[in-house]
Ligand binder design. Structure first.
Ligand code: MEV
Length: 434
């Protein structure tokens, strides 16, 4: 059967589905039924989701969980988390409770600057371009963008600075306008990109009037690397307050924990997994609050490599019998615009968090990442990760074998004292069914 199609986007939703299930599925009826099962019965709500993207054929669910008891500065939060991986919400909740009894998390926003660039080539005298930029272009860029920036300025944001950067040492004729922005409670992607496209228009016009030599705009786009949009999250307590961990004294536990973090600081193979655990917490909250987790991921991982080697995002120390564990990360988030007023679950998540400003959300997200890393490193350096992980995973395996509620209760009880593996669960279920 022909597997390519022209004009797919012009088909109705049902026509798209019909083409798809008949072209790619042996049992087209059950494929179609499945897609329909995941539609919302409220047609208005479904239409909203249909219109978020193009060629929507159904919805793709992720569980939305919550982790309560997060004390951040002086406020207690229940944090919404959208994630498919078992153990993440449980680990966050456990870490939140642990630190609730030890003074909670401290978080502060260090800076909030966003970045955008117009990349262009100029094949004339760089000095002429530089002079024109300082004397004419820079102010003209600001004046020409006034209509675009006036609302943002009313909210306390706008363009902070625009620089001309000579990058010809990297690439022949390559220059850029490097602009910084304050976007307050918006993530700012649309605002920044619109301003940048206006800058590009102005730049081309001014160059054609005043400069000899060809100026070619290559592209205008925000940067998801925001090293000056930084938030810090921290926990600390007296070492003795960390408590016993199995046979380890509080100091033994603290020292092993610090050593584990140091390993992630110096060893990229470990750092990637260590940071992945942090992203378990960060992505889940970023997603639940309707933010762009791909942008956040890209920016944070670039930041983790800022010193020339991929390294741990978190750090830990013991000083004067105090254990301190902290993280600084770049986070460009929004609590207005984008999905925030559109997606009902995002609205729910933001209300649950008390309608935070973007700065407050930065703190909450950073804390979720730090808590997740604390939970993971604590498990890794004490019981090992599999104990907790496989217990949570047990439910997934039981569901895979279509265990009934009665079977689940019996097997969960059984595996309180037995090691969970895929085959041990299968065997236990088989023998229970006999
Ligand atoms: C699993 O999703 C995350 C961990 O691997 C993180 C870590 O190793 O620190 C447990």
């Amino acid at each position: 059967m022909q597997k390519t199609i022209t004009g797919f986007s012009k088909l109705s939703k049902i026509e798209k589905i019909d083409w798809l299930v008949h072209t790619y599925f042996t049992d087209s009826n059950s494929a179609k039924t499945l897609l329909k099962q995941y539609w919302n019965t409220d047609s208005k709500l479904q239409q909203l989701h249909d219109e978020f993207i193009e060629n929507t054929i159904s919805n793709y669910y992720l569980p939305l969980g919550v982790a309560p008891n997060f004390l951040i500065n002086d406020t207690v939060y229940t944090i919404p988390m959208a994630i498919e991986e078992s153990s993440v919400v449980a680990a966050a909740s456990k870490a939140a409770k642990f630190w609730l009894d030890r003074g909670g998390f401290k978080a502060e926003v260090i800076s909030t600057e966003k970045i955008g660039q117009v990349h262009f080539t100029f094949e004339g005298h760089p000095e002429d371009l530089k002079k024109l930029f300082e004397n004419v272009i820079k102010t003209t860029l600001i004046i020409d963008s006034k209509d675009l920036t006036k609302n943002m300025e009313k909210r306390g944001g706008g363009i902070l600075d625009i620089q001309l950067r000579d990058k010809t040492f990297l690439l022949d004729h390559y220059f850029q306008l490097h602009a910084t922005f304050e976007t307050v409670d918006a993530m700012g992607a649309n605002f920044i990109n619109t301003c940048l496209e206006q800058f590009a228009t102005t730049l081309k016009r001014e160059a054609s009037i005043h400069l000899d030599g060809q100026l070619n705009v290559i592209m205008s786009i925000l940067s998801n690397y925001v090293p000056n949009c930084l938030v810090r999250a921290e926990v600390s307590c007296k070492v003795e307050e960390l408590g016993e961990n199995g046979s380890a004294s509080p100091m033994e536990f603290a020292e092993k924990f610090v050593q584990a973090v140091r390993i992630a600081e110096v060893e990229p193979y470990r750092a990637v997994t260590h940071n992945k655990g942090i992203m378990n917490g960060i992505d889940a909250v970023v997603l639940a609050t309707g933010n762009d987790f791909r942008a956040v991921e890209a920016g944070i991982h670039a930041f983790a490599s800022k010193d020339g080697r991929y390294s741990s995002l978190t750090h830990a120390k013991i000083e004067n019998d105090m254990f301190t564990f902290w993280m600084e990360i770049p986070l460009a988030l929004g609590t207005v615009g984008g999905l925030t007023k559109l997606h009902p679950m995002v609205k729910f998540a933001l209300e649950l968090l008390g309608e935070p400003s973007a700065k407050e959300l930065m703190k909450i997200v950073a804390v979720a990442g730090l808590a997740q890393n604390f939970g993971a490193v604590k498990s890794l350096t004490t019981t090992g990760i599999q104990e907790g992980h496989m217990k949570m995973h047990l439910m997934n395996i039981l569901n895979q074998f279509e265990a009934t509620s009665e079977e689940k209760t019996t097997l969960v009880k059984h595996f309180k004292t037995h090691t969970v593996t895929h085959s041990s669960v299968m065997k236990a279920l088989e023998s229970h069914r006999k």
